[in-house]
Design a binder for this molecule. Structure first.
Ligand code: PMT
Length: 400
């Protein structure tokens, strides 16, 4: 039976941790709860003791075990903190251990999942986001909060993820989901550059973050991943990185690998047009304002859609600034893809460059689901969850 330490911090969402506890126990998990002092202002330790697999702990010093943090930390297969407050994230990122929960977090080598919940202003504060970035870099899993009703009648981002999603995430981490094992996934990332002359180019704002997140999550799920990218971002170990610059180079790299691929995901922002006759020498200012004639590039995604073999899954992204669903649905059909991920690139918190995104997932089967504002990693997880279902059929597709 897997052993999970459930850390509960002091926030209004603490009551939802009771549901997480019950669901995990129902799923056959041994749950050891730890409540911070502040958590006990919102929920009683007795509630958790009644539902969990062992009595809830609240202090480093109040039980028979003189070193409860190391016992709990060493025996855990996973630690989940739900809700994780800004204070907990700050202490964890800084390595401060001043209570049983923070001491246990430092005394474990088990995977850790934090589920933040707080008011929108706190969630968006640079200090909180920096702490989360630090924790992510150290391998801590983060289940981003959702948008919705918050304490005090406010509405916004920061609401604790639904207990069912938290439970799914815990079970996924415990079983080490390898739902893409044996599959080859080709992902593109970044913005292409079309030369005007040897020093200048036509480009776009794509940072490559979305595509790299997809590649990294696919690799974690056991896929052999080929990442065709223009970006200089790190990729997870095991990911085969192919660096390209122009739309033509990206086309050639993708098409050379498309026949072997089970899944092709075009997250790159590929130029639609390129200069027909780029100058071979640097264009001189003294020669006056140059005029360029553009010609279309090859549409890689449309070519993949046309050549799609049975069983292969092709995913496109639609970057739109208006009538998001309508334009994305038209692209889904014209490019003959299985799934179109439509994002509004005029938003400040989604699309290009930022770490978050919000998207419509439009399926060729007519399905249409909108995500909340979530991290690009979380969106990658949702997209790949759909991909797994398309590969194995809806009934067998596990939740990742
Ligand atoms: O990289 P980030 O900063 O993280 O930003 C992420 C993103 C905004 C770039 C990403 O989420 C995204 O929307 N990628 C698609 C960008 C794009 O080119 O969209 P589009 O609507 O113009 O094209 C539709 C689809 O056709 C895309 O899958 C694109 O890769 C593909 N395409 C476009 C032109 C072309 N010549 N060949 C293609 O394959």
């Amino acid at each position: 039976m897997p052993r999970v330490v459930l850390g509960v911090c002091g926030g209004i969402a603490a009551y939802k941790a009771v549901e997480v506890c019950r669901r995990l126990v129902d799923a056959g998990v041994h749950v050891a709860p730890i409540l911070t002092d502040d958590a006990q202002r919102f929920v009683g330790a007795l509630t958790f003791s009644a539902l969990a697999s062992e009595p809830a702990r609240t202090s480093l010093f109040d039980g028979p075990d003189p070193i409860p943090h190391t016992t709990l930390g060493q025996n855990a297969d996973l630690i989940v903190v739900a809700p994780a407050t800004a204070k907990l994230l700050g202490k964890y990122a800084a390595g401060i251990s001043d209570d049983l929960l923070t001491a246990t977090l430092l005394a474990t080598r088990a995977p850790v999942l934090v589920c933040p919940a707080m008011h929108t202003e706190m969630w968006e504060h640079a200090a909180v986001q920096d702490n989360l970035a630090t924790l992510r870099r150290r391998g801590v899993h983060v289940l981003d909060p959702e948008e919705g009703r918050l304490a005090g009648g406010d509405v916004g981002a920061g609401r604790l993820a639904d207990p069912a999603r938290i439970t799914d995430a815990v079970l996924g981490l415990l079983t080490g989901n390898r739902s893409l094992a044996g599959r080859t996934v080709v992902v593109t990332a970044g913005g292409t550059r079309e030369a005007l002359d040897p020093v200048r180019y036509l480009g776009n704002r794509s940072s490559g973050k979305m595509g790299h997140a997809l590649a990294n999550v696919a690799a974690r799920l056991g896929a052999h991943v080929v990442l065709v990218t223009t970006a200089n971002l790190p990729a997870a170990s095991g990911v085969e990185v192919v660096r390209v610059d122009s739309a033509q180079e990206m086309h050639d790299a993708v098409m050379a690998r498309s026949a072997q691929a089970d899944v092709l995901i075009m997250a790159a922002a590929v130029a639609d047009f390129r200069p027909k006759a780029p100058s071979t020498q640097k264009i001189k200012k003294a020669d006056g304002v140059p005029e360029f004639v553009l010609e279309p590039t090859t549409d890689i995604l449309a070519a993949l859609g046309r050549a799609k073999r049975p069983g292969q899954v092709v995913v496109g992204f639609a970057a739109e600034t208006e009538r998001l669903r309508e334009h994305a649905a038209a692209k889904l059909e014209s490019k003959r893809v299985d799934l179109m991920v439509a994002n509004d690139v005029s938003a400040l918190d989604a699309g290009f460059e930022v770490d978050t995104n919000r998207a419509w997932l439009l399926g060729a089967d007519g399905s249409a689901d909108e995500t909340a504002l979530i991290s690009k990693e979380e969106l990658a997880r949702l997209v790949l969850e759909r991909v797994v279902r398309l590969l194995v059929g809806p009934a067998d597709g596990p939740s990742i």
